[in-house]
Design a protein around this ligand. Structure first.
Ligand code: WT7
Length: 645
């Protein structure tokens, strides 16, 4: 494998950066040598505690009893808002840019504080107590931040559901966490589309008898169905309560939120993050990885429905007293210059987006970028999937004008914050590599037996020591937590990613090694899509695999066996695609459906996905070991019927 060119870090950034390469190396070594001393220092430096911890770290990955900052008390909302008031009351906390370029708003720390206190009182009025779960299904409007931080303020546990998910998906998540209250908006706006959020909630709630209250933000003037005993307008509720609301002292181990993400089997997993470790980790990573300096304007284009939105739109930036930009709309609306225009409009200094968005905007041509100045930019970030080196170069050269650092940040919903990334000023850049581990992170690349592989050899990425941002468990399912992350290589956290490490210690993440897809950076389990197909009663069997896609990274290819009496045709194909969209959401739309008389199985009846992947990708040179196949003719048939050639 050839090594990438090393880009020097622009001098203007090196001069101001929080740390140098030498300091990084020294600090990194110390963080591994004495994690307790290291994280104790960081926790003191970055977080305000109500009561100090008694022990920085107890437990380990062998006994799976890890606890950070034991018996410490804090409140996440206090750290994000209240503690900044003496110094930043009038500094913008949120800049909101609406879907339509003519709509925007600025909310100062003092204003945000007041709104959060009010909404916290609204929640209390509706009987929400510490530890209760609150479902949030919202567009990208300031009220979503208010709702989340109001939960944190009173110790309620938010469970944000991405506004692109279907009623079925909302229902599953509400039931799994037993939420009693839902916060939503009448409608959402994105590009030319109107998203019927309240209608979706209504449909979901048919099967959620425990939900007694729905609070609705009025985003548009359109009317929606109304259930008088259950539904309340946000703006009306907000006028009935006081602006005083104390922060609930939370134990470091108390849950902060649940966020559902896809696994390789079954239903999505409720990833549970706890207050202490998570807040320390997101606050510190935000400061170093985005090299945040006072008064800078920071913009992450993610949706709050994903972990990137939780950690690096809300908790990380606000805990650092930053100004965080929230964008309601889409990158190509009204034109593909929208992102770059927003950067100029607000003089954005730090910009964080996904490889999918970069690829899509790159395809539109440089003119859209070059019609803007972007001279405020210092740091460019990417997350969610590997970024192709040539796309990285475009981001660096065209968007960043060779003046910015690109931080390719690798992490997961489960990790709470970024684990592997360049640090501006400290890390010489190699396009396409997530580079070096963050402080306290000890990754290893191993073979199937858990033995470390040689330099530049592909293997499985594991993390061998606890870090403060790690999930505490899967909500209500500790067994699944252990199976998913600690069974493969006992004593180590299993990431599910393949990677290699080069001779300079740079990590190159290749992609998932389990049955999880990354479609436009969205994480989707093959099992979820297959289950959605199976809910159509014409389907006998379904197998889903990823195929490469120029913009989306991966797209969904499905092999479908219909029940014996059903005749395949294009109308059925479209109905099945619609079925998946209805059950999961548009992000899971299959791009290809290949009819299959039968699926290739081993003699013990297991579908050979490895083979299906190769057939779908038209990668037929080496089909690997097919001796365990029950009926080799099945494969011949599928090859003949393949859709990509
Ligand atoms: C999976 C986690 C973490 C926020 C968004 C995604 C892939 C993430 C990178 C990167 C290569 C990446 C991995 C990982 N991934 N960042 N910089 N380079 N791959 O969170 O939805 O939990 O997905 O995203 O495959 O396992 P997520």
């Amino acid at each position: 494998m050839t090594d990438a060119k090393i880009h020097p870090v622009p001098a203007n950034i090196v001069q101001r950066a929080h740390i140098t390469e030498t300091q990084y190396k020294e600090m990194y070594a110390r963080s591994l040598k004495d994690p307790e001393a290291f994280w104790g220092e960081q926790a003191q430096k970055f977080i305000s505690w109500i009561k100090p911890w008694e022990k920085v770290l107890t437990g380990d990955f062998k006994n799976l009893n890890v606890q950070w900052f034991v018996n410490g008390q804090l409140n996440a909302c206090y750290n994000c808002i209240d503690r900044h008031l003496p110094k930043r009351a009038n500094q913008p906390a949120i800049i909101w840019e609406g879907n339509d370029p003519s709509e925007s708003a600025t909310i100062t720390y003092a204003q945000l504080h007041q709104q959060i206190c009010r909404f916290a009182n609204v929640l209390k009025k509706h009987n929400v107590k510490k530890g209760d779960r609150v479902s949030i299904y919202m567009p990208m409007v300031p009220e979503v931040v208010i709702a989340m931080l109001a939960c944190a303020r009173i110790g309620a546990v938010h469970s944000v559901v991405f506004a692109g998910f279907s009623p079925d998906a909302i229902k599953d998540r509400i039931l799994d966490a037993d939420c009693r209250i839902v916060i939503t908006a009448n409608e959402g706006l994105r590009g030319n589309k109107i998203i019927p959020l309240k209608n979706n909630v209504d449909a979901a709630l048919v099967d959620c008898p425990n939900v007694k209250t729905v609070i609705v933000v009025k985003r548009t003037e359109n009317t929606v169905d109304w259930n008088k005993t259950r539904d309340r307008w946000y703006h009306e509720e907000m006028t009935t309560v006081s602006t005083e609301c104390p922060c609930e002292p939370m134990d470091a181990q108390d849950p902060l939120y649940i966020l559902y993400t896809s696994g390789s089997t079954g239903k999505p997993k409720g990833i549970l993050h706890v207050t202490g470790g998570y807040m320390v980790y997101v606050t510190m990573t935000y400061r170093y990885i985005f090299d945040y300096h006072e008064r800078e304007i920071y913009w992450c284009t993610a949706d709050v429905g994903w972990v990137t939105g939780h950690s690096y739109i809300i908790y990380g930036p606000l805990s650092n007293g930053a100004t965080t930009l929230i964008f309601e709309g889409a990158p190509n609306y009204p034109t593909p210059a929208r992102y770059w225009e927003i950067i100029d409009k607000y003089s954005v200094n730090i910009f964080y987006t996904s490889p999918t968005a970069i690829r899509a905007l790159r395809r539109e041509g440089d003119v859209w970028v070059k019609s803007t100045s972007r001279k405020s930019l210092r740091i460019l970030g990417t997350v969610g999937e590997p970024i192709n080196p040539e796309v990285w170069e475009w981001y660096y050269q065209v968007v960043g004008n060779n003046q910015c650092v690109v931080v390719d940040t690798w992490w997961q919903t489960e990790t709470g914050g970024i684990l592997i990334s360049p640090l501006p000023g400290a890390t010489p850049l190699k396009g396409g590599s997530a580079s070096w581990p963050f402080f306290g992170i000890k990754p290893a690349i191993v073979d199937d037996h858990g033995q470390p592989v040689a330099i530049n050899t592909l293997g499985k990425l594991i993390i061998t020591q606890p870090w403060p941002g790690i999930l505490q468990t899967i909500y209500g399912n500790r067994e699944r937590f252990i199976n998913a992350y600690f069974n493969e290589f006992p004593g180590n956290y299993f990431t599910g990613d393949d990677a290699r490490c080069d001779e300079h210690g740079y990590f190159w993440i290749v992609g998932r090694n389990d049955d999880v897809l990354k479609v436009s950076g969205h994480r989707i389990g093959t099992a979820e899509v297959e289950n959605a197909f199976l809910q159509a009663n014409i389907v006998a069997e379904a197998a889903v695999v990823p195929v490469p896609h120029d913009i989306k990274g991966e797209s969904i290819y499905a092999f479908i066996t219909l029940k014996p009496t059903i005749k395949a045709n294009d109308t059925l194909k479209n109905e099945l695609i619609q079925k998946v969209r209805d059950i999961i959401g548009a992000i899971a739309t299959p791009d290809y459906i290949q009819w299959a008389d039968a699926l290739p199985k081993t003699r013990s009846g297991k579908i050979m996905r490895r083979l299906l992947r190769k057939i779908a990708c038209n990668d037929l040179a080496d089909l690997g070991d097919t001796t365990t196949l029950d009926d080799p003719k099945v494969v011949e048939h599928l090859i003949q019927g393949r859709l990509l050639r």
